[in-house]
Write a protein that binds this ligand. Structure first.
Ligand code: DAH
Length: 283
C-alpha cells in the first residue's frame, strides 16, 4: 500500500517535470550540453625553462648527466674548495647573502659549488651538467639581478685536454645558435681553472657585421671555462696525477636573451603575462 502511494507520487512529479521541459524553448533551458564549453587559457613554459631544457637536451646527447646541489651552500663548497681562500680578492666579485645565524652558510653565488659536491661523491670518469638558481648582492638593472640561473659543466677523465673542451663548446654553440656559429676563446681568470678562458660566439643578430647587441665587435660573450686546476681535484680527493678535466659555466638568462632577442633581464621575474604568453606552444 505504502509502496503504491510512493509510486503514484513519484510518477506525478515525473510527469509534471516532463511536461515542463517538453514545452520549454531552447534558450530557456538552463543547460545545453551541445553549446561550446568555456575556453580555458593554456599554460606555457617560462622562457628560461625552455632554454634550460634545450641546454640539457644538447649536452645529454653527448653523454652528460644532470645533477644539482643546494642553493644554501657552505663556504667550503662555494669558495674554499674552488681555490678562493678566505680574504682572496676573487671573492669580491661574488658578494652574496649570508645566513646571519651561521656565517659559514650563504646563498650560492654560482653553480660551480655543485662541481665540488659531485667530485666528492663520485669517482671519475665524470660528465655532468648542473643547472640551478644562484644569488649575488648586485644592484638590479637590465643586465644584472640579485638572483639568476646558471648551468655548470664538468668533465673529468684520464687525458682530457683543452681540445676536448673547445670541441664540446663549439658543438654546444652550433646546436644552440645555429650551424654557422663560430666561437672565440679569450684568456681569462677563474681561481678554479688553469688555464681559464671566456668564450664568445659570433653575433647571431648581425652575423658579424656589427650591431648594438655585440657592441659592434661581431662577438658576444656567453660563458666562462677552463681546465680544472689540479689543486681543486686534490681538494676533492681526485688524483690530479691521473685525472684531468674541464669545466664551464654559463648564465641561462644570457643565453635566453640572445635566443629570443630580449634586452632586459628583469622581465623574466616580473610575471607579466603579456610577456610570458608569447612563449606558449614553444618547447
Ligand atoms: N663560476 C663562474 C662564475 O659564476 C663561471 C665559470 C667559469 C664556471 C669558469 C666554470 C668555469 O666552471 O670553468 O662567474
Amino acid at each position: 500500500m505504502q509502496v503504491n502511494l510512493l509510486k503514484q507520487k513519484t510518477e506525478a512529479i515525473f510527469e509534471s517535470f516532463k511536461e515542463k521541459f517538453e514545452n520549454v524553448t531552447t534558450d530557456e533551458k538552463k543547460i545545453d550540453i551541445t553549446l561550446p564549453g568555456e575556453p580555458m587559457s593554456e599554460g606555457a613554459l617560462h622562457p628560461l625553462s625552455i632554454i634550460r631544457n634545450r641546454i640539457i637536451e644538447i649536452f645529454s646527447a653527448v653523454g652528460f648527466t644532470v645533477s644539482d646541489g643546494p642553493e644554501i651552500e657552505d663556504d667550503w663548497h662555494n669558495f674554499t674548495a674552488l681555490n678562493f681562500p678566505e680574504e682572496h680578492p676573487a671573492r669580491d666579485m661574488q658578494d652574496t647573502f649570508f645566513i646571519r645565524k651561521n656565517p659559514d652558510l650563504a646563498l650560492r653565488t654560482h653553480t660551480s659549488s655543485v662541481q665540488v659536491r659531485i667530485m666528492e661523491k663520485h669517482k671519475p670518469p665524470l660528465r655532468t651538467i648542473s643547472p640551478g638558481r644562484v644569488y649575488r648582492n648586485e644592484a638590479i638593472s637590465a643586465r644584472a639581478h640579485c638572483f639568476f640561473h646558471q648551468v655548470e659543466g664538468l668533465y673529468i677523465d684520464k687525458d682530457v685536454s683543452f681540445a676536448d673542451l673547445k670541441q664540446t663548446l663549439l658543438y654546444f654553440a652550433r646546436e644552440m645558435f645555429g650551424a654557422d656559429t663560430e666561437i672565440r676563446l679569450r684568456p681569462s681568470y677563474f681561481p678554479f681553472t688553469e688555464p681559464s678562458a671566456e668564450m664568445d660566439i659570433s653575433c647571431n643578430f648581425c652575423k658579424g657585421e656589427g650591431c648594438n647587441i655585440c657592441k659592434y665587435t661581431g662577438w658576444v660573450e656567453i660563458l666562462g671555462c677552463g681546465m680544472i686546476d689540479p689543486a681543486v681535484l686534490d681538494n676533492c680527493k681526485i688524483d690530479s696525477n691521473v685525472y684531468s678535466g674541464f669545466a664551464f659555466g654559463m648564465g641561462i638568462e644570457r643565453i635566453t636573451m640572445l635566443v629570443y632577442k630580449i634586452n632586459d633581464l628583469r622581465i623574466f621575474s616580473e610575471n607579466d603575462v603579456r610577456f610570458l604568453k608569447q612563449f606558449s606552444g614553444i618547447g
